[in-house]
Design a protein around this ligand. Structure first.
Ligand SMILES: Cc1cc2nc3c(=O)[nH]c(=O)nc-3n(C[C@H](O)[C@H](O)[C@H](O)COP(=O)(O)OP(=O)(O)OC[C@H]3O[C@@H](n4cnc5c(N)ncnc54)[C@H](O)[C@@H]3O)c2cc1C
Length: 466
């Protein structure tokens, strides 16, 4: 049987293109400086044009990585494996690769890295130019329909145009987010066909719809900083302030209230966890603490970008804790003076929200903070720092930036990303169950995982064929 390529990469998105470059030794790593004949690498893509999702990313600016990338910035079934893969190809190396390819970059206060052109086309052009120099053909319109591993030496990828035969294959078909860019879940079927389980998928980094009746009802258009925690219903304010408190997910950042729910970084970062709980029938709650970041002496204003709220959350390790009653009481005692409760809250919170909170906690309108009994002050604290929001759905796959779920990372070899069921098949990018928070983490996963899959297949084929 004629071999078409040493390696076939299915999917010409961020992960597939980077994996192809690593296979071809074009990622500037030490292993790539050998003088052996280059591997023949071919990229197949269902779409006519490669990298469509890169072009729409970051509002067209492409937030290509983050200055600080930790395993805690991601949700996955295998955090240790994730840590090892990120260490193999860290953010600074990815950034240096783009810089060396002519993409000058800059960073925002919360670490998001962008090309200086503020144009995602610069990032895609660098990847495609590197592929062209490495003589990697990218074949469009080649939708893969099945992968057959006929014998120990060859893999056949069946596509809508013809069959392709290679020695190894890398599956980089993305997840289900923004399906018009070509990612429609094909990789999950390929994974299942060789024996993998597939963790059920839910949209992530997506706007959330809330059950009517929350404190945010009717406040569409309001933007404010918030701490969100996804926790089971019945979690008390005191539990949330305790040292052992372990929410299912947390985020501290900006949120925008919409006509039917919430959007923006803080909503995005808890979205996947909340939606998975909804899908599992667990009726989760998102508890909102509107004070933790808005506190009069808080650090939040330092993160502003050009006077605007930053487009990312505070790193998990730096998040302020849930506001305790003692902290809230001390702040209010200091700032409230002769103001009404609504007036005092409005010193730091949006006026409409402050009025809504005051109305909900049943303190007579004319009362001042110092005139309230402790029970009343505690009710104001609870309404401000422990407001329950019930997620009931999302904007769906057309609005989701990424997919939560997919091929378990724990079912792949952590050094090579090869399938434990068939070592000729590797996976990288969004098809794998690794979901980063907002801020360049998902592209970093694409670069790191693409690099590990590509470099390891290169090493394996060199060993096998001299
Ligand atoms: C609106 C939006 C904005 C985003 N902004 C950012 C950002 O600024 N920073 C960040 O880090 N992340 C961002 N993301 C997430 C990021 O874009 C993804 O994590 C990343 O692009 C995933 O790369 P991938 O290569 O794994 O998958 P994809 O980019 O989805 O690529 C998969 C490729 O596989 C091809 N394919 C699928 N099935 C087949 C098949 N059967 N045969 C052949 N080819 C197939 C598709 O056509 C596609 O080209 C954003 C996402 C969206 C939707």
């Amino acid at each position: 049987m004629t071999i078409d390529a040493d390696v076939l990469v299915i999917g010409a998105g961020a992960a597939g293109l980077f994996a192809a470059l690593a296979c071809a030794g074009a990622t500037h790593d030490a292993d790539a400086s050998d003088t052996d004949a280059p591997l023949r690498v071919v990229v197949l893509d269902a779409g006519k044009k490669p990298g469509l999702k890169i072009l729409v990313s970051g509002g067209g600016r492409c937030n290509l990585t983050n200055v600080r990338v930790e395993a805690s910035d991601f949700d996955t079934d295998a955090p240790h494996a994730l840590r090892a893969i990120l260490a193999e190809y860290p953010a600074r190396t990815a950034r240096a690769w783009f810089e060396a390819e002519g993409v000058s970059t800059y960073e925002e206060p919360l670490g998001k890295v962008f090309p200086k052109t503020d144009d995602a086309r610069t990032v895609l052009a660098a990847l495609l130019d590197a592929c062209r120099r490495a003589e990697i053909p990218i074949i469009g319109g080649a939708k893969a329909t099945a992968i057959d591993t006929l014998d120990n030496e060859t893999v056949v990828v069946r596509t809508e145009i013809r069959d392709y035969v290679a020695r190894a294959v890398i599956i980089a078909t993305g997840g289900l987010s923004l399906p018009k860019t070509g990612s429609q879940g094909a990789g999950y079927a390929f994974a299942a066909a060789i024996g993998h389980t597939v963790i059920p998928t839910v949209p992530a980094l997506v706007n959330l719809k809330l059950e009517a009746g929350s404190v945010l009802d009717g406040l569409a258009g309001v933007t404010l900083p918030v701490r969100f925690d996804v926790s089971p219903e019945g979690t008390t304010p005191e539990q949330r302030c305790g040292r052992k408190y372990a929410p299912d997910a947390s985020a501290c950042g900006s949120v925008l209230v919409t006509h039917d729910g919430i959007t923006g970084p803080a909503a995005f970062d808890v979205g996947g966890t909340a939606l998975r709980a909804v899908a599992d029938g667990r009726r989760p709650l998102i508890y909102a603490d509107f004070w933790a970041l808005a506190r009069p002496d808080g650090a939040w204003p330092l993160f502003a970008v050009g006077g605007k709220a930053p487009g990312a959350c505070i790193p998990p390790d730096d998040m302020p804790t849930v506001t305790s009653f003692a902290e809230f009481d001390a702040d209010m005692t200091r700032i409230a003076g002769a103001k009404s409760i609504a007036g005092a809250l409005a010193i730091t919170l949006p006026k409409t929200l402050a009025a809504r909170i005051a109305e909900r906690c049943g303190v007579p309108p004319g009362k001042t903070w110092s005139g309230c009994a402790e029970g009343e002050r505690r009710r104001v604290w609870t309404a401000t720092c422990h407001a329950p929001l019930r997620p009931i759905g999302s904007g769906g796959w057309d609005r989701a930036e990424v997919t939560s779920g997919g091929v378990p990372l724990g079912e792949l070899d952590r050094r090579t990303l090869a399938s434990r069921h068939d070592p000729r098949v590797r996976f990288c990018g969004e098809v794998v169950n690794v979901t980063g928070r907002l801020g360049g983490f998902n592209f970093q996963w694409a670069w790191s995982s693409g690099f590990v899959a590509g470099r390891s297949v290169r090493a394996a084929l060199r060993r096998r064929h001299g």
